[in-house]
Design a binder for this molecule. Sequence first.
Ligand code: FE
Length: 196
Amino acid sequence: MSAPHAYRLRDFVGGLAQLLDETTDETQILTRGTQLLKTLIAHDDWLDEAFTRPDPARYQQYLLYADARQRFSVVSFVWGAGQSTPVHDHRVWGLIGMLRGAEISQSYQRTADGLQAVGAPVRLQPGRVESVSPAQRDIHRVSNAFDDRTSISIHVYGGNIGAVQRAVYREDGSEKQFISGYDNRYLPNIWDLSHG
Ligand code: FE
């Protein structure tokens, strides 16, 4: 059976598939996708508990949905207290919607002198959506804003992000290729219409 209010995620992935049927223009996708994601994260009552669990060793990436043609994927990112990602890129468009807690995103650029922070860190509060794009602002580090509790954000990417070959960056600006994979073996069931 589906989690209570699983229809919210079902409606979201339906809306996104429809959007991607209508346009391949990235600006359109990010603008209209932001509105869809805002609607999804306006409520915190639909994410199954199995995809909210932090791990003491590192942040978790739970795949919630992957489009049949791998045009997009939806991932629950769970940061334990004080956890953060390495500086990394995406290579596909992405939307980050804050569901629970708060996180801080710092953008970087590569220079001859190594990695350099760009702009002020952005603090994401629940309900807020940020975007990343390979055309601009694609390199960042994301950290849990709290050192005493879990934070969760819902990410949407323009591909099967766990299978995308991309990079993490060292202080000197050199890159190391990686493929993130996912931390769950099973996906949430959002298709049992008998439970709403
Ligand atoms: Fe990222």
